[in-house]
Design a protein around this ligand. Structure first.
Ligand code: CFM
Length: 539
């Protein structure tokens, strides 16, 4: 086998596009980029957030998935009702592995998948009546504080007004917060539009609903944004934060409850894990309440240590800084042992990562910690700022699809605005920034947006990476090529991978996967036995 590190990246790119019709190849060529980091972390422009070309088998999901499943899914006491045909609700029924631990005696609606189960009659004559009835039933059975209604494609097509129904129900049941999401699957080019819609509604209808008495006790109170508790990641971060003496007011939205969202405006800092899914909320909270934000990464033991240090420096408190150092020292030692053990077997091996809108970047840190090389990476639905860094935001062209999604106009609220920056910038801390994935990748690596099925197979055949990371739709295709495949969405029923203990779990898992001999033993039947060749009659 040739050394995958020595393949000319331009030749790799050409191979990906070779079989495509000229027009398609021309478009895809702008979405497949050979990385080149220049001065001031400039990188080549990548074309992203565009409609997938019909006929191409994309890895993407829909807008409804980004709103209902991703952003709202992990919160456990908002009664979430999907207005649509029953099939859409399958994706609301714990398929994402966002875990939760409800307090003793507190409700947990997460195991339920509630839907209006629209039938032909509702499509023809309208479904608002049925929705109203479903909500009333939900209130009678579950007695929730808050209800979210999620519109699926047919609801938008027939014009049911979920917001009008929400207002009606709210008027009839004072004390229950009812809000609707116009997150029809077709609203955007991917689930990314659904993130934006979810952020908008959470900001306008939930954040700030409770008074300052909702602030949790503690000296250092912050919100953790863009962490969804997949495989228990948020549990591990809660443990580490508590040990450091940091209070999480609200997590958006891993292991969260409604009251935490409603009082999240009382926190003094927002730290952002997944930039793509929640940057809107961070920006709106800063404008209205003055809460500063910065990007963190808790994937990788050293990234975790770095992020904790930055938080301590932000609060600028000697006792906190020394406690964080103590925690890092204690936690890092056993993780380092695991890392070095795994690194011995993994050093020099190669990986490819194609996931959502942030993990393809974050998980490269873990592979680097193991001495592995990332050959190619990409997102399903990220925007240019996630690839190239927020510095390119002013030059992003807003197209018709993005204009579909409402931009909320936010003003400073003089009564609630607080000066919270604590001179962080003067002390050398960067706020409101994300450098993006590409500046942190090596020159000559391939960066590919919205990777498709055909290109996946070309990558596997050409590069034969030691491990390929993506999701369940890709898993078995990759394995049939004799290459181990790690699901970075659901973690393959494993995890957590965040924080210190999570990093140790990941090292062990990757060591086991890339060093398993079983993949080399796989042979397709036609490789073992001669096959009868046939031709079509018309040939
Ligand atoms: Fe953010 Fe996510 Fe991701 Fe995402 Fe997702 Fe996910 Fe993901 Mo699957 S919010 S962008 S829409 S980190 S569900 S927890 S793993 S595609 S990379």
């Amino acid at each position: 086998m040739s050394d995958p590190m020595s393949i000319d990246p331009e030749a790799g790119k050409a191979a990906l596009l070779e079989a495509m019709p000229a027009k398609v190849a021309r478009r895809r060529a702008k979405q497949v980029v050979v990385n080149q980091v220049g001065e001031a972390e400039t990188v080549p422009e990548i074309a992203v957030n565009a409609r997938t070309i019909p006929g191409i088998l994309t890895m993407r999901g829909c807008t409804y998935a980004g709103c209902r499943g991703v952003v709202l899914g992990p919160t456990n006491d908002i009664l979430q009702i999907v207005h649509g045909p029953v099939g859409c609700s399958f994706y609301a029924w714990l398929t994402r592995r966002n875990q939760t631990k409800a307090a003793e005696g507190a409700p947990n609606f997460m195991p339920y998948a509630l839907t209006t189960d629209m039938q032909e009659e509702n499509i023809v004559f309208g479904g608002e009546k049925k929705l109203r009835q479903a909500i009333e039933e939900g209130i009678a059975i579950f007695k929730p504080k808050a209800i979210g209604i999620f519109a699926t494609c047919p609801v938008g097509l027939i014009g049911d007004d979920v917001h009008a129904v929400a207002r009606d129900v709210e008027a009839a049941h004072p004390g229950i917060n009812v809000f609707g999401f116009s997150c029809e699957g077709y609203k955007g080019v991917s689930q990314s539009a659904g993130h934006h819609i979810a952020n908008n509604k959470l900001f306008s209808d939930v954040v700030g609903q409770s008074g300052t008495e909702g602030r949790k006790p503690g000296k250092f109170v912050l919100n953790l944004l863009g962490e969804y508790n997949i495989g228990g990641d948020a549990f591990e971060l809660e443990r580490v934060f508590e040990k450091c003496g940091l209070t999480i007011q609200a997590t958006f939205s891993g292991n969260s409850v409604y009251d935490e969202f409603a009082s999240s405006h009382t926190a003094d800092l927002n730290v952002v894990m997944c930039h793509r899914s929640i940057n809107y909320l961070a920006e709106m909270m800063e404008k209205k309440y003055g809460i500063p934000w910065f990007k963190v990464n808790f994937i990788g033991a050293h990234s975790t240590a770095k992020s904790l240090r930055k938080i301590a420096q932000f609060f600028n408190d000697a006792a906190l800084i020394s406690q964080v150092e103590k925690v890092i020292e204690e936690e890092l030692a056993p993780v380092e042992l695991e890392r070095l053990k795994a690194k011995e077997h993994c050093q020099g091996k190669t990986a490819m990562l194609f996931v959502g809108g942030s993990r393809a970047h974050h998980y490269q840190d873990l592979f680097t910690e193991l001495g592995m090389h990332t050959l190619a990476a990409g997102y399903e639905f990220a925007h240019r700022d996630d690839y190239e860094g927020r510095k390119v935001i002013p030059s992003i062209k807003v197209d018709a699809d993005s204009r579909n999604i409402e931009e909320i106009h936010v003003d400073k609220d003089p009564a609630q605005w607080r000066e919270l920056k604590r001179d962080a910038e003067a002390r050398g801390l960067t706020l409101n920034d994300y450098v993006g994935m590409m500046p942190e990748m090596k020159n000559g690596t391939l960066v590919i947006d919205d990777l498709n099925h055909h290109e996946t197979e070309v990558l596997l055949e050409l590069y034969k990476p030691d491990i390929f990371c993506a999701g369940i739709k890709e898993k078995y295709v990759v394995q049939k090529h004799g290459i181990p495949m790690k699901q970075l969405h659901s973690y393959d029923y494993s995890g957590p991978y965040a924080g210190f203990k999570g990093a140790a779990n990941f090292y062990q898992e990757i060591d086991r996967m890339v060093n398993s001999k079983v993949w080399g033993l796989i042979q397709a039947p036609w490789q073992k036995e001669p096959q009868i060749a046939a031709r079509y009659g018309w040939e």
